[in-house]
Design a protein around this ligand. Structure first.
Ligand SMILES: N[C@@H](CCOP(=O)(O)O)C(=O)O
Length: 462
């Protein structure tokens, strides 16, 4: 049965169910499968024409061990995607010759995060129903993960959800998606700091074992392997629509915490014929700089019109480094120690390994705006700023291989930025129309571990 190991090599290996409920490994690392299951060209060919749900089952089944029976797992997948607003779940649109857009924003909160969050919501509920346990989820968000988690877990009796978002650094729609749900188990916390601060405090909570065990802490960020796994599926669904396994494709991914593009990497490792995975960054371009120079050096988060990507410490890059360093946990632990001291340098061998799979590019604020305007004119597609970053960077990598750019969020989540760029103000779906006038429930919190822990303890004791 599949086991999961830590990228830092000093935590016990776990089953899928344990890794899903654990979040961060106890040595501070991230869980990855001990081996990556291979899908043969014939098995990929058999996915052609299947529903998104059937592809999801075929791709994820080898990873989940005996946590669920086949029938249970199929039932959870069906429930997870039933609320999506598009029959195809992740439809492909053509933008230009050999350039396609994968629309990942038809889920309940209008962002790609719903693909994984809706499913892990179902899986965690089913696992908790079997164990009878109660958990405390703490999540860090730069805008999209938070609302997706709240939507997936609101109102559940055995889960409390605390979402840390950077005060004043998410769009109004993103903020209201987190602050207007009135379920008692939801706690929206606006932290005085950046997303990197929020994610660092979240990891601090996991690394404080007394706190972690005391509140039964669980994570739904992409530090949780189950999040990454669910996102592998749409790489398969898109690639088979464009001719895989007989034709290669490439993907460009607007990138922040590196979870989404890492899911593409896993699809490639499984055998999906992906030529290149292109990392698209906004002005917070640490990943582009790291791939270009080998230097991974955070230099402060600068707010942008694509706020979900305003990140300098991309958690999942650690998973890619783990493979690039030949799965040497000690080497990864040393790099992460260097990062605590300010930066790390990627060895030449590891850099070449990364460059064999990944390319990268950066998009400025004005290029983002121009791309929104230009894409509307040329293809009648209104992009959100994050997707525009992807489309801009993809244009430098177009060629004989079909390029699929991930459209990670609906433009209506960022109406001000989109209107400023295009003159069009995208409307929220009618089901969300009252959100802009509902009362908000939010607690402003300092960037301070002890204060956050006290707040969590106090709220769950109520
Ligand atoms: N861009 C994300 C940041 C958190 O990423 P995650 O994939 O680790 O949950 C967001 O919008 O919250």
């Amino acid at each position: 049965m599949m086991r999961y190991i830590s990228t830092r090599g000093a935590a016990p290996s776990l089953t899928f169910g344990e890794a899903m409920m654990t979040g961060l490994a106890r040595d501070g690392g991230l869980y990855v499968p001990e081996t990556i299951p291979h899908i043969s060209p014939d098995q990929i060919a058999a996915l052609v024409g299947q529903s998104y749900e059937d592809i999801a089952f075929a791709v994820m089944r080898p990873y989940i061990g005996d946590l669920f029976t086949d029938a249970e797992f199929k039932g959870l997948i069906a429930k997870a995607y039933a609320g999506f607003g598009h029959m195809a779940r992740a439809p492909l649109k053509q933008l230009a010759p050999n350039h396609f857009l994968l629309e990942l924003f038809h889920g309940p909160t209008l962002a790609f995060k719903d693909f994984a969050m809706q499913l892990i919501g179902q899986m965690m509920q089913a696992a908790l129903a079997k164990s009878g346990e109660r958990i405390t989820i703490v999540g860090a968000t730069s805008g999209d993960t938070g609302s997706a988690a709240i939507e997936a877990f609101k109102g559940l009796a055995n889960v409390d959800v605390f979402i840390l978002f950077p005060h004043g650094r998410v769009s109004e729609v993103q903020r209201r998606q987190m602050t207007t749900p009135d379920a008692a188990n939801i706690h929206a916390l606006a932290i005085d700091g950046t997303f990197d601060d929020a994610q660092a405090r979240l990891k601090d909570m996991f690394n404080d074992f007394a706190f972690r065990d005391g509140v039964r802490l669980a994570g739904v960020n992409s530090i949780n392997w189950a999040r990454v796994l669910a996102q592998v599926v749409y790489y398969f669904s898109a690639a088979v629509s464009l001719g895989a396994p007989h034709r290669k494709v490439s993907f460009t991914v607007p990138t922040g915490n590196f979870g989404d593009i890492f899911a593409g990497y896993i699809a490639r490792q499984m055998g999906l014929p992906i030529e290149k995975l292109v990392i698209a960054t906004n002005q917070n371009d640490i990943l582009h700089r790291a791939l270009s120079t080998g230097d991974y050096r955070p230099d402060g988060v600068v707010p942008s019109i694509s706020p979900s990507m305003d990140i300098q410490v991309s958690s999942n890059f650690e998973r890619a480094l783990f493979d690039a360093y030949g799965r040497d946990g000690k080497a990864i632990a040393a790099l992460m120690d260097d990062l605590k001291a300010g930066a790390f340098h990627i060895s030449q061998g590891a850099l070449e390994t990364l460059r064999a799979t990944f390319a990268s590019g950066r998009c400025s604020e004005s290029e983002t705006q121009d791309t929104i305007r230009q894409t509307l004119n040329d293809s009648a597609e209104l992009l959100c700023p994050h997707s525009a970053v992807g489309v801009y960077v993809a244009q430098d990598h177009l060629g004989a291989t079909p390029m699929i750019t991930l459209a990670t969020a609906h433009p209506a989540k960022f109406p001000d930025a989109v209107e400023q760029a295009s003159g069009l103000r995208p409307a929220l779906p009618p089901r969300m129309a009252d959100m802009m006038t509902k009362p908000e429930r939010v607690t402003r919190v300092p960037n301070d571990l002890a204060a956050l822990q006290a707040l969590v303890r106090e709220r769950i004791a109520r």
